[in-house]
Design a protein around this ligand. Sequence first.
Ligand SMILES: Cc1cc2nc3c(=O)[nH]c(=O)nc-3n(C[C@H](O)[C@H](O)[C@H](O)COP(=O)(O)O)c2cc1C
Length: 178
Amino acid sequence: MTKDLVIYFSRAGENYFGGVLKNIEKGNTEVIAEYIEDLTSADLFKVEPAVEYPADYMKCIDARPEIKQALTDIGEYDTIFIGFPNWWGTLPMPMWTQLEQLDFTGKTVKPFVTHEGSGFGSAERDLKRLCDGAEIKKGLSIPGAKVYDVKDMVAHWIEDPGANVYDVKDMVAHWIEE
Ligand SMILES: Cc1cc2nc3c(=O)[nH]c(=O)nc-3n(C[C@H](O)[C@H](O)[C@H](O)COP(=O)(O)O)c2cc1C
């Protein structure tokens, strides 16, 4: 059995939680990436811009950056989790820089997003282009403010990404049942 890989982007610093700006030490998407590492022993690869985005939220809207270090070969992995925050309705630009360099032919891709209400936006559609040749499974969409409550759900999705459409509504249903 080959190892899985998680390619993700996540930004600590200022962010909105239910409309309130808070300063966080670990990005929301990174919390989920580490659940996947813990649950599957996957390798982690964090995409980082060469010039760090400032902690100041409003300065993150600038143009597409170079990345610090690029992953060039994913040949040894069959399953690749791709995680990111929703930025203006799609993946943050450093993820585009990274994913465009990789050959996804024959790979299985499991996308996950954290967000403040928009879910994947156009990201699932964009991933079809960015991961040309991959089989893209149903993604997991998690509100950023809920990342510390959803490890069980992440485990369930890892087992069977096609079983359900996970989103805020399903999460509420899940909590009602427990
Ligand atoms: C520059 C920027 C743009 C964002 N745009 C959106 C958006 O369009 N829709 C949305 O639901 N959330 C948006 N968010 C909120 C993030 O997706 C959300 O807080 C996410 O959980 C952050 O993940 P991270 O801590 O791993 O970076 C944006 C955040 C930033 C910093």
